[in-house]
Design a protein around this ligand. Structure first.
Ligand SMILES: Nc1ncnc2c1ncn2[C@@H]1O[C@H](COP(=O)(O)OP(=O)(O)O)[C@@H](O)[C@H]1O
Ligand SMILES: [Mg+2]
Length: 352
């Protein structure tokens, strides 16, 4: 079990949706394990889905944001702004058991609730990295690592699975998430700008130069300077693909192939870290084995995903039939569920 960041340098690719589905489904498949979601995105979309979706989830989110002390990621960040260089050991006070608010999500899912206040705090977080003690950058980048350590310690359990939902931009919080994460899941959608976004991920996190002489990110350079490990690429996930005969339709296929070529060439030509999985598997020796280890495709769930996200019902718990979403009746077809549920279950089986 590991710490996964879900990030791509692009919005709307399904980071939050997949965080919600992965955490819920992983928890269902492993009822004796604890699952933690850390919502590091100021938009708090995965928190909203987990807490019950568009209607009740948003209401719970507002209630939680209105409480004092503020039991959200921002509450923890405030602690750390007050004590940037000395761990506060306070992380465990900021977790919420999701099923207290939304009984459609299994009892073993816990959440550090996302918070729009992160935006207001970000300049203070950045300021804490410099000036400060000599290794201020390193210490501040460990804040989310510390948070997770605090939570695991309070559970007396090393053995839990953590998903960190990130915002699209390469913000200070994305950096903190990537430092805390052991593995990276990169969702992308099959549109023209996806390749550019993936290249940005490879360059910002792993220092891949697009052109000779290109500058490398401070994150990459400082992580190296302090000998801090970067997350290993675990999977790149084509999401919302329209499926025909079980493989992406040809227009989508072209984009997926281009992205796959890009990542494969990085695998071949650099020492960018990839996570060989499942545990004990052999290193891929050719493109085919590379793809079967690192590439995954999630199809477009159409109405089922709208209802799942809007009502906060994980897709494998959702049933077919008429549902009320914001006063409108929407029908979920069994055929959509029959495609999406095995697809997501399979993805979760790769998570270890
Ligand atoms: N596999 C999917 N099938 C259908 N809709 C999806 C799928 N994945 C994501 N979506 C929808 O796409 C939109 C963007 O997803 P979201 O997770 O918010 O993206 P991000 O977090 O990357 O900005 C949301 O409305 C979400 O419900
Ligand atoms: Mg999001």
């Amino acid at each position: 079990m590991a710490i996964y960041a879900i990030w791509n340098n692009k919005g709307g690719v399904g980071k939050s949706y997949l965080t919600f589905q992965l955490a819920s489904e992983y928890a269902l498949q492993h009822p004796n394990k604890k699952v933690l979601v850390v919502d590091l995105c100021p938009q708090a979309n995965s928190s909203s889905m987990l807490l019950g979706g568009m209607d009740s989830g948003e209401r719970h989110l507002n209630d939680i944001h209105g409480q004092q002390p503020r039991l959200t990621i921002s509450g923890y960040i405030d602690d750390r702004i007050r004590s940037p260089y000395v761990p506060t050991n306070s992380g465990a006070s900021y977790i919420t058991q999701v099923s207290r608010y939304n009984n459609r999500v299994p009892d073993n899912v816990y959440l550090v609730v996302g918070d729009e206040k992160l935006e207001l705090q970000s300049s203070q977080v950045s300021r804490a990295t410099n000036p400060g003690p000599n290794d201020a950058w390193r210490i501040v980048h460990l804040w989310i690592t510390d948070l997770i350590v605090d939570i695991k310690r309070s559970w007396n359990e090393e053995d839990c699975c953590v998903f960190i939902d990130c915002n699209p931009s390469f913000s200070i919080y994305t950096e903190l998430a990537l430092t805390a994460a052991e593995r990276l899941l990169i969702p992308f959608s099959a549109d023209g700008s996806s390749k550019r976004a993936i290249k940005a991920v490879l360059s910002l996190v792993y220092g891949q130069r697009r052109q000779v002489g290109d500058m490398q990110s401070e994150f990459y350079l400082e992580s190296n300077r302090y000998n801090m490990s970067l997350p290993e690429i675990y999977m790149y996930i084509g999401n919302r693909l329209t499926q025909m005969n079980n493989s992406s339709a040809s227009a989508f296929k072209t984009v997926v192939n281009e992205i796959s070529e890009e990542i494969y060439s990085v695998w071949q030509s650099s020492n960018t870290p990839f996570c060989i999985h499942p545990f004990g598997a052999n290193r891929p020796t050719n493109k085919k084995t590379f793809k079967s280890m690192f590439q995954f495709e999630v199809n477009d769930a159409n109405t089922a995903s709208v209802v799942s996200g809007s009502l906060g019902i994980p897709i494998s718990v959702l049933t077919a039939g008429s549902k009320q979403v914001a006063g409108v009746t929407i029908t979920v077809n069994q055929s959509q569920l029959d495609r999406q549920v095995p697809n997501l279950k399979e993805l979760v089986q790769y998570i270890e």
